[in-house]
Design a protein around this ligand. Structure first.
Ligand SMILES: C[S@@+](CC[C@H](N)C(=O)[O-])C[C@H]1O[C@@H](n2cnc3c(N)ncnc32)[C@H](O)[C@@H]1O
Length: 471
C-alpha cells in the first residue's frame, strides 16, 4: 500500500521562535509573593486572563512569560527561571517530570485539547467524520508538529489499499495562512488541535475526534507544575491549585474554547441519563410533538449527550434525527445505541460545536436542545447558529428542564437536593454556580434573545426554562 502522508509543500522554514516574551505583568505593589509563570504562546490569552484573576483573588503578583514551542518551553524549564510551568502538551509534561525539572506530585490537569477536523462553517463539503477526509476530492492540511500523530492513526483509516491520506503539512508560524486557505475554499479541512488559536470556533466548525479513531493521543490533558526552583513554593502551589481547581479559572478556560473535561465521563452520563431521565425525555418529546406537530423532515438535537433524547424523538416520530455533541465519546456511545435500537438509518450523530454548526442554512424542520445552553460560552452565537440552520416554517425548542408533562413530584425526586423545578437549573434568583445544578450566566432568555436579534420567539417558564423560536 502506498501511503503518502505528509508532504511539506507549504513549509519553508524550520525555525521555531523561542524568545520568551513578557506578555502580562499584573501586580499589586507590596502584596504577597512574586511569581513567574511560563506557558506556551498558543495558550497566551487564556493563561494571562486566569493569572490576572489569581492576582486579584490572592494578592500575589504574577508575570506570565509565553514562549513558542517546543524549544522555548523546554528552555525556560531548563533555565529554572519559572516558579510555575504550563507545558504545551502532555508529552512535554512527561518530559519535564522525567528530567526532574518539576515536582510531579504537584502536577494537576487544568484543561484538555483534542485532535479535531476544522472546517469552514456551514460545511460546504459535507464532512462530518474522519472517514470523509479520505475522499479523493477533499484537500486536507495539518501542522508539521502533528505529523507523527497523524502517521500513527492514519493506517487504521485507510482500509482500501488504493486510498491514502494525503495531508499538506504547514509550519505553526504559517497557521494563519493555512486558515485563510481554508476560509477561501482552497483547502477543505484542517487536522489540528481544537485549541489551535487560528481555529477560533466562532469562525470555523470543529469536529473533535474520538480515541477509538485516533488513539489515546486524541485528547491531551494540559497540566500545571510547580518547578523545583520555585522561590516561593507555597504561593506557586496556590497558583497551580487556582489554575487546576477554581471555578473562576475553569470559566476562563471554557471561554477561550479549551475543555476542562476529556470526554471520559460520557459512559457515566450515559448510564446516569438512562437510569434517571428516560421518562423526562419522553415527556419533553411528547410536548414538542403536541405543540409543534413536526413529525417528519429533519430534526437536530444540539448537545445530545449520549443521544437518549435524540433516539426517543426518532422513535416517537418519523423524523430523520441528527444529534450533535462536542464530546466525541458521547456521539460514539450514541451511534452504538442507534445501531442497537435498529434506528441507524434515520438517527445520526455528529461531533461538533454548537457555536459553529456543520450544517447548511435552512435545513432543519425541528431543533431541540435540552440542558446544553448553560455549558456554552457564547449563548447568543449558538442560538443564532440554530436559527441559521432552521428551515423557514420550522421551530427550535431550546433550554432545560423536565417539560410540563413531568409531574412536580417526579421532578423533585430526580433532584434529591429538593430544589424546585424551574429553578433547579440554577436560573432562579440568587442562585450561584456552587448552589445550583446548572450554571447559566444569562439572566433571562429575554436578554439573550434581544442580543440575538431573532424576532419571533416565546419564552416558556413551565417545566424548566425554554425558548421556542419560529422562522
Ligand atoms: C447536560 S448534557 C445534556 C445532554 C442531553 N441533551 C440530555 O438532556 O440528557 C449537556 C451536553 O452538552 C454538550 N456540550 C457542551 N458544550 C457544547 C458545545 N459547545 N457544543 C455542543 N455540545 C456541547 C456536553 O458535551 C453534554 O453532552
Amino acid at each position: 500500500m502506498q501511503r503518502q502522508l505528509l508532504h511539506p509543500t507549504y513549509a519553508t522554514c524550520l525555525a521555531v521562535l523561542a524568545a520568551a516574551a513578557l506578555v502580562a505583568a499584573a501586580a499589586q505593589p507590596g502584596a504577597g509573593a512574586s511569581l513567574d509563570l511560563g506557558a506556551p504562546d498558543h495558550f497566551q490569552a487564556a493563561v494571562c486572563e486566569a493569572a490576572a484573576a489569581f492576582v486579584s483573588e490572592s494578592g500575589h503578583q504574577v508575570r506570565v512569560h509565553c514562549v513558542s514551542v517546543p524549544p522555548g518551553a523546554l528552555r525556560i524549564a531548563e533555565e529554572g527561571q519559572m516558579d510555575v510551568i504550563v507545558p504545551p502538551c502532555n508529552n512535554s509534561s512527561k518530559l519535564f517530570s522525567d528530567r526532574g525539572w518539576v515536582r510531579p506530585e504537584t502536577g494537576k490537569r487544568i484543561f484538555c485539547r483534542r485532535m479535531a477536523i476544522i472546517l469552514p462553517p456551514g460545511d460546504p463539503r459535507g464532512i462530518t467524520a474522519l472517514a470523509d477526509i479520505l475522499r479523493p476530492d477533499v484537500k486536507v492540511a495539518s501542522l508539521t508538529v502533528l505529523r507523527e500523530r497523524i502517521e500513527e492513526f492514519a493506517p487504521s483509516l485507510c482500509r482500501d489499499p488504493d486510498v491514502s491520506l494525503d495531508v499538506m503539512a504547514v509550519w505553526l508560524r504559517d497557521a494563519d495562512q493555512m486558515m485563510d486557505l481554508l476560509a477561501n475554499g482552497e483547502i477543505d479541512a484542517v487536522l489540528a488541535w481544537d485549541t489551535f488559536a487560528a481555529a477560533d470556533p466562532r469562525n470555523f466548525a470543529v469536529i473533535r475526534l474520538p480515541r477509538s479513531e485516533v488513539g489515546d493521543q486524541a485528547c491531551a490533558p494540559i497540566t500545571a507544575f510547580v518547578t523545583p526552583g520555585a522561590d516561593e513554593p507555597e504561593a506557586a502551589q496556590q497558583l497551580v491549585d487556582f489554575l487546576s481547581d477554581s471555578l473562576t479559572a475553569q470559566d476562563i478556560f471554557l471561554k477561550h474554547g479549551l475543555m476542562t473535561d476529556d470526554g471520559s465521563d460520557a459512559a457515566w452520563y450515559d448510564e446516569f441519563a438512562a437510569r434517571r431521565f428516560q421518562k423526562v425525555y419522553e415527556n419533553v418529546c411528547q410536548q414538542v410533538i403536541d405543540d409543534y406537530g413536526i413529525v417528519e423532515g429533519l430534526a437536530l438535537d444540539i448537545g445530545c449527550g449520549p443521544g437518549q433524547m435524540t433516539a426517543t424523538l426518532a422513535r416517537m416520530t418519523r423524523l430523520d434525527v441528527t444529534g450533535l455533541d462536542i464530546e466525541p465519546e458521547c456521539t460514539e456511545i450514541a451511534r452504538r445505541h442507534a445501531a442497537e435500537a435498529g434506528l441507524a438509518d434515520r438517527l445520526h450523530f455528529v461531533c461538533a460545536d454548537a457555536h459553529s454548526l456543520p450544517f447548511p442554512d435552512n435545513c432543519a424542520n425541528l431543533i431541540i436542545s435540552r440542558g446544553t445552553l448553560p455549558f456554552l460560552r457564547d449563548h447568543a452565537l449558538a442560538v443564532q447558529e440554530a436559527y441559521r440552520v432552521l428551515k423557514p416554517g420550522g421551530v427550535a425548542f431550546l433550554g432545560g428542564g423536565m417539560g410540563r408533562y413531568t409531574p412536580t413530584e417526579d421532578a423533585l425526586k430526580l433532584y434529591p437536593q429538593g430544589v424546585a423545578p424551574g429553578t433547579a437549573l440554577g436560573w432562579g434568583p440568587g442562585q450561584t454556580r456552587e448552589n445550583s445544578i446548572f450554571p447559566f450566566p444569562v439572566q433571562s432568555f429575554e436578554t439573550l434573545m434581544t442580543r440575538t436579534g431573532i424576532p419571533n420567539y416565546n419564552v416558556i417558564d413551565e417545566g424548566g426554562r425554554w425558548v421556542e423560536i419560529r422562522k
